[in-house]
Write a protein that binds this ligand. Structure first.
Ligand code: COA
Length: 165
């Protein structure tokens, strides 16, 4: 597949709801152990919250939503931000953060994710950013394999635990 990659205008953000729902369903399946801490939100509520975050992030000058399309059909999208992050390693004072990457379940395994990651990396490189952080939910081993093939290595291991009891 040879998708066209575009930057999405914030006024078009609602076209992402369907794929966000797929990602939520994927995460619910792959990380079922997390329901011990609390139930998964409904797709509608989850999208309402995520939509708000996307619109807020798009106020940042360097944030963007990249979409992959085949004609009028949305195949996938990536959300990327650039954040200040001076730290112990000399990889620059800013890092890219891949906030979302999802490909339509009907279009997976055909290079769409790879095309989106390539476009994100080119965009970050154009802003002088040297590294990109990605958070992958525990259990999403297919995505880990995908990112490792793109050159990602282990960074932080994030844990979550209940506060009471
Ligand atoms: C992970 C994802 C973005 C990769 O995009 P893609 O277009 O399918 O990826 P590509 O075709 O460029 O590469 C294929 C790789 O994607 C991964 N993959 C995940 N689910 C897949 C599926 N249902 N079919 C095929 N490949 C899949 C595999 O790592 C696959 O590599 P493999 O051949 O070693 O199994 C996409 O599969 C997806 O949206 N998965 C569900 C949501 C998700 O996990 N997002 C990442 C959250 S951090």
């Amino acid at each position: 597949m040879n998708p066209v990659i575009d930057v999405l205008a914030s006024s078009e953000v609602d076209c992402l709801e369907r794929l966000w729902g797929q990602l939520l369903a994927h995460h619910s399946r792959e990380a079922a152990h997390l329901t011990a801490l609390g139930a998964v939100r409904s797709p509608e509520e989850s999208w309402r919250l995520r939509r708000g975050q996307y619109l807020e992030w798009l106020q940042e000058p360097l944030a963007a939503i990249l979409v992959a399309r085949d004609g009028n059909h949305l195949l996938g999208y990536a959300v990327v931000r650039i954040l200040d992050a001076p730290g112990a390693w000399q990889w620059g004072d800013q890092v890219g953060v891949l906030e979302t990457l999802v490909v339509d379940q009907e279009a997976r395994g055909a290079g769409v994710g790879q095309a989106l990651v390539k476009a994100v990396r080119e965009r970050l490189a154009g802003s002088g950013v040297q590294v990109m952080k990605i958070s992958v939910i525990a259990g999403n081993d297919d995505a880990l394999r995908f990112y490792r093939r793109e050159g990602a290595v282990d960074f932080v291991k994030t844990l979550i635990m209940p506060v009471l009891g």
